[in-house]
Design a protein around this ligand. Structure first.
Ligand SMILES: [Mn+2]
Length: 265
């Protein structure tokens, strides 16, 4: 059995077990994840998470699937996205998933990598960054989670609508990562040669020069339901892999797509 670790982001699971995304993801958990050493989820696993008391029953099927995987001893890690940053103690308990901070430096098979959701790198979108700061303020999230369920669902829904409307009117380049922000975060983590993130929904590989050294930025795909997941093997090979693969072969290398214009949200 080959030793490898998998990375995914932006699944945007829907509150409907029969949605094509949920079906593909459930299949991924059942067929791909058990063969891996670990799974890292880099944000926006859920379309919306407005409290464990709402999310846990709403996403019961996938929550139970996670639990049965982590019960076998398989480690699953997750860092927050901009859609799902309100998971609390009950979520970690009921899934067995382990929380990570953003950014998080980890070492895999001797290879140091840096994991992020990616939204904090989109510094050209000032409006978004301002909003992000407010929403992550501990007092704000604490107060929000005290609201009745119906209020939270309503607010969550209207924010989702707003973010969709806003991102439709924004120029493409503002929605992507800022090169300076990328260089800066790599300078802060000098050991790291590979940065892995999602959020922009523009899967691909980018070479980055930092102080004369060549580094790599890998962007994970969203799930439509076909996606690009990242795989690191024990020999330190890093590659993007199309899933589900139309050829039904276990691995093919995708074309790097620069023309993918889907807007992040
Ligand atoms: Mn996102």
């Amino acid at each position: 059995m080959s030793k490898h670790t998998l990375f995914i982001a932006d699944v945007h699971l829907q509150p409907d077990d029969n949605h094509p995304i949920n079906l593909a993801f459930s299949d991924f958990l059942a067929t791909q994840v058990p063969q891996a050493d670990a799974l890292y989820i880099l944000g926006d696993l859920f379309e919306m998470w407005v409290g464990d008391d709402i999310g846990l029953p709403l996403y019961k099927t996938v929550i139970e699937q996670f639990k049965s995987l982590t019960d076998t001893g398989l480690p699953i890690y997750l860092l927050f996205g901009n859609r799902d940053f309100l998971m609390r103690r009950k979520f970690w308990q009921e899934t067995g998933i382990q929380p990570l901070s953003d950014p998080k430096e980890v070492e895999l098979y001797g290879l140091p990598v840096l994991l992020m959701h990616g939204d904090s790198l989109c510094t050209d979108d000032r409006e978004y960054q301002k909003m992000r700061k407010i929403l992550r303020f501990p007092l704000v999230t604490w107060l929000f989670l005290k609201l009745p369920k119906r209020r939270r669902l309503k607010i969550g829904e209207s924010m989702r609508e707003k973010s969709k409307r806003f991102s439709q009117n924004k120029p493409e380049n503002i929605m992507d990562v800022n090169p300076k922000a990328v260089t800066q975060v790599l300078q802060q983590h000098p050991k790291v040669r590979h940065l892995i993130h999602g959020h922009t929904h523009r899967p691909g590989h980018h070479a980055v020069k930092v102080g004369g050294e060549s580094k790599h930025r890998w962007v994970l795909g969203d799930w439509r339901p076909q996606t690009q997941v990242l795989r690191i093997d024990h020999d330190q090979t890093v590659q993007l892999v199309v899933y589900p693969n139309p050829e039904h072969s276990p691995l093919i290398l995708p074309q790097t797509t620069e023309a993918n214009t889907e807007k992040p949200n």
